[in-house]
Design a protein around this ligand. Structure first.
Ligand code: AR6
Length: 184
């Protein structure tokens, strides 16, 4: 890993919590291609933002392809914006899942930067209903952030939010392993 990637660690934080409660510039939603709302973190975000208003804003976007990201206001959330990204459905790992998941993180960062955000929080995209193996997904998330952030100085603070303690602890272990592997 290059020097710039090593220093990007200082802008990444791993926390346990409910992403809908965070007062950041933008939270990322693990949505579906129709942006129709759903269960999991998507359902929680729609409920906390206000179903009717958020659904109306999503309808205007005309869906979102897997790996891409689109912006709406945060409405009743503490966050100013919601960035809706669509993770891949896990199908064994040989259908481009890791590239698509990396693209979710990269595109969400670009959308956040273009909207003037400094702080952005991600859930563990694709690791629930979409079945992406947790540790592999966390490694893709971290590697993508470490590669992208050096070229995005506007994004001061990126938070990876894990809902339960087991996920939070597993994510910390993945991060520790990566840091050791890069010798920092
Ligand atoms: N805060 C943070 N993380 C959460 C929260 C929360 N409030 N609630 C759940 N998680 P999932 P996916 C975690 O299934 O796999 C929806 O129906 C959860 O523990 O929400 O990308 C969409 O409409 C898990 O680790 O997203 C799509 O159809 C992570 O969020 C589909 O599910 C992601 O789990 C997307 O599936």
């Amino acid at each position: 890993m290059r020097m710039a990637e090593t220093s990007a660690w200082s802008r990444i934080e791993i926390i346990q919590g409910d992403i809908t409660r965070l007062a950041v510039d933008a939270i990322v939603n693990a949505a579906n291609e129709r942006l129709a709302g759903g269960g999991g973190v998507d359902g929680a975000i729609h409920r906390a933002a206000g179903q009717a208003e958020l659904q109306a804003a999503c309808r205007k976007l005309g869906g979102c392809p897997t790996g891409d990201a689109k912006l709406t206001p945060g409405f009743a959330l503490p966050a100013r914006f919601i960035i809706h990204t669509v993770g891949p459905v896990w199908a064994g790992g040989h259908t481009g899942e890791s590239d698509l998941l990396a693209s979710c993180y990269r595109r969400s960062l670009e959308v956040a930067r273009d909207a003037g955000c400094r702080t952005v929080a991600f859930p563990a995209i694709s690791t629930g209903v979409y079945g992406y193996p947790f540790e592999a997904a966390t490694e893709v998330a971290l590697r993508t952030l470490l590669a992208a952030l050096p070229a995005m100085p506007e994004l001061e603070h990126v938070i990876l939010v894990f809902f339960g303690a087991p996920d939070f602890e597993a994510a910390q272990r993945v991060a520790e392993r990566l840091r050791r592997a890069q010798g920092s």
